[in-house]
Ligand binder design. Structure first.
Ligand code: PHE
Length: 455
């Protein structure tokens, strides 16, 4: 449900205002724990021993509660920082984007305007990921079925936008944030629970925004007006239009730089993000199809106000690195980014990130497809819980999990789900016996942990 920009429609979820939340996410907010993380020193005699109910992420321990849904498999990805790994395709793309900003946006003394942050911990508060960005309380992205919660107060960021308020509070007017983000979602060739994003913010004071206007004497960036499709209530139309122009010029320049000057683009304005208005998506024509490249918009003034930057206005955008890399390098499966196979990685060993690369598949081993049908335990059951469990048990050899059939027996008041699981190893052929064994383990875990009844 939550929007994925690594691979799927940017628009999908943060745009959705439908209150889908039926999960227990709202009833448990009373569980107030001491949430401050402290360093867990396992060898130190002075450190208190870790309680079994704690989780440790990168050497910091956090208490767990009824919200906790991070799995050891997910935690093991924290700190991998593929975007910082030299010669990794995600690192190449990230540098292409960063180089564009470093080259075309410089101060009068030639230094880059945009500061870059690429090592901020993905463990953030609910406030940082949602409230600071004005997500409504009933936004589906907040549910435990969409987001990886460490506990009711802390989670693995679902987007790098989560750092906006903190960085603006630091007084920054232009910055880029690159990082790993975590979302509970479907499983297929373009969805993986961890992916990488790059976000940016650019703020202006009145003088700066109007610098290119011939006679700005009677102009103001603010007004006490009405919110329309074109602007926020606090912004003058002139300010909104200048911001939109600057944003679109900056991002079409970025698209030219990534996809070539001749690339066909279009702006989609039927988009909603809680943190920008107006909002857009940029799409480019790629191999005969419109491909969504990024989401962007004019930053909600309330966010700037809360961050102590009421006198500024600005824009923001965010994009998914995997999605871009898959298109630019022709990488067919998102799991490959996590591969340590030298056959994959060596194809990206180039010192100039602008070197054109077309990925040549190392090999493609045949898939094994097995179905699993079960009665779900109750209405609260979420497919995302099952997707997560399949990945936890079987790991990256799961290429895809699809809900292929669903029906309810009204008389017996029970609902059946049938999932088709595609297993495919990246570096060998699986025997049907090996797959059957794994498939049985998945079934057993679903029975034990999710309370389903296999059919
Ligand atoms: N955070 C949004 C996402 O994950 C992207 C975005 C960032 C959109 C900033 C607008 C402004 O999809």
């Amino acid at each position: 449900m939550m929007l994925i920009i690594c691979s799927r429609g940017l628009a999908q979820a943060f745009r959705s205002t439908a209150a889908l939340s039926t999960s227990s996410a709202y009833t448990c907010l009373c569980h107030k724990h001491h949430m401050t993380a402290h360093r867990h020193m396992s060898n130190s005699t002075t450190a208190s021993p870790q309680k079994s109910s704690d989780v440790t992420i990168q050497g910091l321990t956090y208490p767990t509660d009824s919200y906790t849904n991070v799995t050891p498999r997910i935690i093991s990805k924290v700190g991998c920082n593929l975007h910082n790994q030299k010669y990794h395709p995600l690192n190449l793309i990230r540098h292409r984007i960063q180089n564009y900003f470093d080259t075309y946006f410089t101060t009068h003394i030639g230094s880059p305007v945009f500061s870059v942050f690429d090592n901020i911990s993905p463990v953030v508060s609910v406030y940082q990921n949602f409230d600071s960005l004005l997500f409504p309380p009933d936004h589906p992205g907040r549910t435990v079925s969409d987001t990886y919660y460490v506990n009711s107060q802390q989670l693995l960021r679902a987007h790098t936008t989560a750092h906006q308020e903190d960085l603006i509070k630091m007084g920054l007017d232009a910055f880029l944030v690159a990082g790993d983000v975590y979302r509970r979602d479907e499983i297929d060739a373009s969805h993986y629970p961890v992916f990488h994003q790059m976000d940016a913010v650019r703020l202006f004071q009145e003088k700066e925004l109007f610098a290119r206007v011939n006679d700005p004497t009677n102009l103001s960036i603010f007004e006490d007006g009405k919110r329309t499709a074109d602007k926020q209530e606090f912004h003058s139309l002139e300010a909104a239009k200048l911001l939109e122009y600057d944003l679109k010029k900056t991002l079409s320049g970025l698209a030219d730089c990534l996809f070539g000057k001749e690339v066909e683009m279009r702006w989609v304005d039927d988009v909603y993000f809680p943190f920008t208005h107006p909002s857009w998506e940029l799409e480019i024509m790629f191999e005969g199809e419109w491909l969504e490249v990024l989401g962007c918009g004019i930053t909600e003034q309330k966010i700037l106000h809360n961050a102590g930057a009421s006198h500024k206005v600005g824009w923001a955008f965010g994009l998914g690195l995997e999605r871009l890399a898959m298109k630019l390098y022709n990488i067919p499966d998102i799991r490959l980014f996590w591969s340590n196979d030298p056959g994959f990685l060596k194809q990206f060993r180039v010192d100039d990130p602008n070197t054109p690369i077309t990925y040549k598949p190392i090999s493609s081993y045949p898939p094994c497809i097995n179905d699993m049908s079960f009665w779900i335990p109750n209405e609260e059951f979420r497919s995302n819980d099952f997707y997560d469990l399949v990945r936890s048990v079987a790991g990256d050899i799961v290429e895809r999990v699809e809900l292929v059939d669903e029906f309810t027996q009204v008389a017996k008041q029970r609902t059946s789900h049938c999932y088709r699981i595609t297993y495919r190893h990246m570096d060998k052929t699986f025997t049907q016996a090996e797959v059957n064994d794994l498939h049985t383990k998945v079934g057993r875990a679903a029975t034990d942990l999710l309370g389903v009844t296999l059919r």
